[in-house]
Design a protein around this ligand. Structure first.
Ligand code: PGA
Length: 249
């Protein structure tokens, strides 16, 4: 049994002072636990404040929500993987549905970002998921596998095996509609099979998180579903007490 992974995606919320206050509150609710991994993805501008607030809790790790695929250069407004790493990030979200659907990020760009993360020593958390129209058209499996393959096409098998994947159906993100545990399991099983194809035995070890309207009421059931190794949580990770309840699921 893998240790469950709980990842908080704060999106464009929590300024540095709010983020520090949140961490102080959260730590009071969540004493160190060896049997689970907690990741927090704050705004890049709050990363330093969160790292400071977590300096006595190395069990909780940090990531950024996005990177550019180049390591440095004239890309105004962007952050690179080496800069994120130097600022204290160990993880990075790659291919989040808001990057794909709000900012028009392509499969190819997602792949370049995953490769940039690996080059810099960051662990990519590759997000995949279908839209409602794609689900209704019976395309869920094809979309998810296409996104997964594109994201990992530029990574060797060894590094794929040390990455993370999140299945986040677009129709479930921020909508209050959650995939049922059995729907999530079915897609996770397809992802697992593809990871085995891509990396052989090592594909077994890649954690596959579920994300999309996870809250303290549904976290336990989703986490208990077959092939669900953790949860990626947006809205419900913004409340320290509620987030602590999810992390203790
Ligand atoms: P949500 O977001 O939990 O608010 O649905 C999840 C995500 O976008 O990672």
């Amino acid at each position: 049994m893998r240790h469950p992974i709980f990842a908080a995606n704060w999106k464009m919320n929590q300024a540095p002072a709010d983020a520090s206050a949140f961490i102080r509150q959260f730590l009071a609710y969540f004493p160190r636990q060896q049997d689970r991994t907690v990741l927090i993805f704050p705004s890049a501008l709050a990363l330093h404040a969160v790292a400071e607030a977590l300096k006595d809790r190395p069990d909780i790790q940090l990531g950024v929500q996005n990177i550019h695929w180049e390591d440095k250069g004239a890309f105004t407004g962007e952050n690179s993987a080496p800069i994120a790493r130097a600022a204290g990030a160990k993880f990075v979200l790659v291919g989040h549905s808001e990057r794909r659907h709000v900012f028009g990020e392509t499969d190819e760009e997602t792949g370049k970002k995953a490769a940039a993360a690996i080059r810099a020593g960051l662990t990519p958390l590759v997000c995949v998921g279908e839209t409602l129209a794609q689900r209704e058209a019976g395309e869920t499996g094809a979309v998810v596998i296409r996104q997964l393959r594109a994201a990992v096409a530029t990574i060797d098998a060894q590094h794929i095996a040390s990455s993370l994947v999140a299945y986040e159906p677009v129709w479930a993100i921020g909508t209050g509609k959650t995939a049922s545990p059995s729907d999530a399991s079915a897609v996770h099983a397809m992802i697992r099979a593809e990871l085995r194809t891509l990396t052989g035995e090592r594909g077994e070890a890649v954690p596959i998180l579920y994300g999309g309207s996870v809250n303290r009421g549904n976290a336990t059931a989703l986490l208990a579903a077959a092939e669900v190794d953790g949860l990626l949580v947006g809205g419900a990770s913004l409340d320290a007490e509620g987030w602590a309840a999810i992390v203790r699921a």
